[in-house]
Design a binder for this molecule. Structure first.
Ligand SMILES: C[S@@+](CC[C@H](N)C(=O)[O-])C[C@H]1O[C@@H](n2cnc3c(N)ncnc32)[C@H](O)[C@@H]1O
Length: 243
C-alpha cells in the first residue's frame, strides 16, 4: 500500500503524465475505458445487463494480473488492478500474489476525478506513511490545535482476515484510548460495523452513546449477482459536533 502511494505521489506535479501512462497500459491490455469512451459493445451490454464490464474485461484483467504477479516492479499495474478489480479492493494470497477477480467497473469519470483530486492533495500536503500500531503512532505525535484523528479499525463482528486478529479486549483498549484523546481535547472520527449477519458489537454501541453517531450508507457489491448488499449497519462516531 505504501509503495503504491509513494509511486502515485511521484506524479503529484504531473498528473497528465500519470494519466497518459495509465492509458497506455489500459490500451496495451485492451481494457474498456468509459472515461475515454472506449466502451463495451452494445451486444454485450444487452446480453449481460448488470455484469458487462466484468465480462468484457475479464481476459485482459487476468493477463494484467499475471504480468503484475510475475514482476511486481510496475506499481502502476497494481493501481490498475485496483481500478478494474473486484470492489476496488486489494488482496494478496500467502505467496504475495494479487488474487482478486475482475470487478464490474472500469476507468470511468469517478476514477479519473478521484485520482486527479488525490494528486492535487499530495501536491499541497506533505504526507508521511507509517506501518505501525495505532497507539505507538498516536502516542508519538505532538498534537496541535485542530489536529484530527481518523480511524478505520478492524471490525469485531465481521470475518475478514485482519478482523480475525481483533478481539473484544482490543476493542475495549481502542475505546479507552479514544476517551483519553477526547480528554486531551483532540478531535477524532471513527468508523465501525455495529450490526452484521445477526451479530451486534455491543462494546462499541455502548461506548458510542457518549459521542455523536452518524449512519453510513455503504454500497458493497455482492460477488455473486452484482447486487448491493445491505444487511449490515455501519456508523461513524465523532467527539465533535460539526461534520
Ligand atoms: C477496516 S481496515 C482499514 C481499511 C482501510 N481504511 C481501507 O479503506 O482500505 C482495518 C485495518 O487496521 C489494521 N490494524 C489492525 N490492528 C492494528 C493496530 N493495532 N494498529 C494499527 N492498525 C491496525 C488492519 O491491518 C487493517 O488494515
Amino acid at each position: 500500500m505504501i509503495l503504491l502511494h509513494k509511486e502515485l505521489g511521484k506524479y503529484a506535479n504531473n498528473p497528465k503524465q500519470l494519466i497518459e501512462e495509465l492509458y497506455n497500459i489500459i490500451d496495451y491490455y485492451g481494457l474498456s475505458c468509459s472515461y475515454r469512451e472506449i466502451n463495451v459493445p452494445n451486444e454485450l451490454k444487452k446480453k449481460y445487463v448488470k455484469t458487462y464490464y466484468s465480462k468484457y474485461n475479464k481476459d485482459a484483467y487476468l493477463r494484467m494480473r499475471k504480468d503484475y504477479n510475475e514482476n511486481k516492479d510496475n506499481v502502476l499495474l497494481l493501481y490498475l488492478l485496483l481500478v478494474y478489480g473486484f470492489n476496488h479492493m486489494i488482496r494478496f494470497n500467502s505467496k504475495g500474489d494479487f488474487n482478486l477477480p475482475v470487478g464490474n467497473v472500469d476507468f470511468n469519470k469517478n476514477v479519473y476525478t478521484a485520482l486527479v483530486n488525490y494528486l492535487e492533495f499530495r501536491k499541497n500536503n506533505e504526507t508521511i506513511f507509517k506501518n505501525t500500531d495505532y497507539k505507538q503512532f498516536l502516542n508519538n505525535i505532538e498534537f496541535k490545535e485542530n489536529d484530527y484523528v481518523f480511524l478505520d479499525p478492524p471490525y469485531l463482528i465481521s470475518m475478514s482476515e485482519y478482523n480475525k486478529l481483533w478481539n473484544d479486549k482490543k476493542e475495549i483498549e481502542l475505546c479507552t484510548f479514544l476517551d483519553e484523546l477526547d480528554e486531551k481535547g483532540i478531535k477524532f472520527g471513527i468508523t465501525n460495523l455495529i450490526k452484521h449477519k445477526g451479530k451486534e458489537n455491543r462494546t462499541f454501541i455502548e461506548w458510542s452513546k457518549k459521542y455523536n453517531v452518524y449512519n453510513i450508507n455503504s454500497n458493497y457489491i455482492s460477488f455473486n449477482d452484482n447486487t448491493i448488499k445491505n444487511n449490515s449497519k455501519e456508523i461513524f462516531v465523532t467527539n465533535y459536533k460539526e461534520i
